[in-house]
Design a protein around this ligand. Structure first.
Ligand code: APQ
Ligand code: ZN
Length: 372
């Protein structure tokens, strides 16, 4: 019996989309779902209450960052990540692989794991599959991700093949090290770069290891969107229907819709929170760069169709002022709105799947948001 169980509710008649429920130790998640990212045990500037108010069902955090600071042993002493950050709903933690690889030349990959220097003080560390499981066990996340290598883009075929085969061996080591399978789920991660045959090989190897869920990694790494969609569509066909599918690092509105249509259930991305901090909003009328002078005397709401706290109380002019003045409230108000926008989008996607009209919904959304 796994800690996480996927219940397939309905398959969309218009596309490969699915409606599902993910049963976890900290509650049930309606899928397809967008998961806000809280890298350092906080979704930047948001309280747990505010996250719940906008409809967040699950949040993400990061093994690498929490291992570096404040340390997984400290969080374990605090009673685990849920207690430490006062979030009582599900948490998914990434394994640290991606973050360590993002450190660039400061790291060395071996069969054992990855040696790297801390981005904080330059100290030397090694993360292995066993260490990644140990850290996530201490954090107590509901879903932990396997330690994998996300091949860079572009990368040559031989490198990608060797990398995916090592990721498979690392997954088996993660599974062997994972003891509390009743309380924490381990998800495997499919790699294979932009090579369809290597994607099939990775998907077959990873899903041959029986786990409660599988992720598609190695995408949203700078490749053109049409390549991402093509590789995604190809890869999903080798994933089991009765398990959740998580597309890592994806979260612009078009990518979420294209991913759902291809059968993806879970998404995460730093985009909504990151662009909020530099003054850009995702709205029902498309992207609004609210820091632009255009909005200096615009006393209308950020998004007239949005029900969030920001749109119910403030004008574009006020938010622009806060952003220009580098006031913390500016970032907070846009973060509240951008997260609500994506969470509401996924609520509407779930309704559209239920009513077998997802492709129609996508067409209407694209016309308004992308004017196409
Ligand atoms: C908190 C961040 C979660 S998603 C990070 C991420 C993002 C993207 N784009 C790819 C990968 C990947 O291939 N492997 C892993 N572990 N993580 C990835
Ligand atoms: Zn809003």
């Amino acid at each position: 019996m796994y800690a996480v169980r996927y219940e397939l509710i309905k398959e969309c008649k218009q596309s490969g989309a699915r409606l599902g429920r993910l049963h976890t130790p900290h509650g049930i998640i309606e899928t397809p779902i967008f998961m806000p990212v809280g890298t350092q045990a906080t979704v930047k500037s948001m309280t747990p209450e505010e996250l719940k108010e906008i409809g967040s069902q699950i949040i993400l955090s990061n093994t690498y960052h929490l291992y570096m600071r404040p340390g997984h042993e400290l969080i374990k002493k605090a009673g685990g990540l849920h207690e430490f950050m006062q979030w009582d709903k599900p948490i998914l933690t990434d394994s640290g692989g991606f973050q360590v690889f993002s450190l660039g030349p400061l790291r060395k990959i071996t069969e054992e794991g990855v040696e790297f220097r801390s981005h904080l003080d330059g100290s030397r560390h090694t993360i292995t599959p066993e260490k990644a499981v140990e850290i996530q066990t201490a954090l107590g996340s509901d879903i932990m991700m396997a330690f994998d290598e996300c091949a860079p883009y572009p990368a040559d075929r031989d490198y990608v093949k060797k990398s995916l085969e090592r990721t498979t061996r690392w997954l088996q080591r993660c599974k062997d090290a994972h003891k509390n399978t009743e309380n924490q789920a381990l998800f495997g991660i499919v790699q294979g770069g932009m090579y369809k045959d290597l994607r099939e090989q990775s998907a077959r190897e990873i899903t041959a290891i029986d786990l409660p869920g599988y992720a598609i990694g190695g995408l949203s790494v700078g490749e053109p969107k049409d390549i991402m969609y093509d590789i995604l569509g190809h890869t999903v066909q080798f994933l089991p229907e009765d398990k959740p599918r998580y597309l890592m690092g994806v979260g612009s509105p078009d990518d979420l819709l294209e991913g759902v249509i291809r059968g993806v259930d879970m998404f995460d991305c730093v985009l909504p929170t990151r662009i909020a901090r530099n003054g850009t909003a995702m709205t029902s009328q498309g992207k609004v760069v609210v820091r632009n002078a255009t909005y200096a005397e615009d006393f209308s709401p950020l998004d007239p169709e949005c029900d969030c706290y920001t749109c119910r109380n403030y004008t574009k002019a006020y938010i622009r002022h806060l952003i220009k003045a580098n006031e913390i409230l500016g970032a907070r108000l846009l973060t509240i709105h951008n997260l609500r926008f994506l969470l509401k989008l996924m609520e509407n996607v779930r309704i559209a799947i239920h009513e077998d009209r997802l492709l129609d919904f996508k067409e209407e959304f694209f016309k308004k948001y992308y004017k196409k």
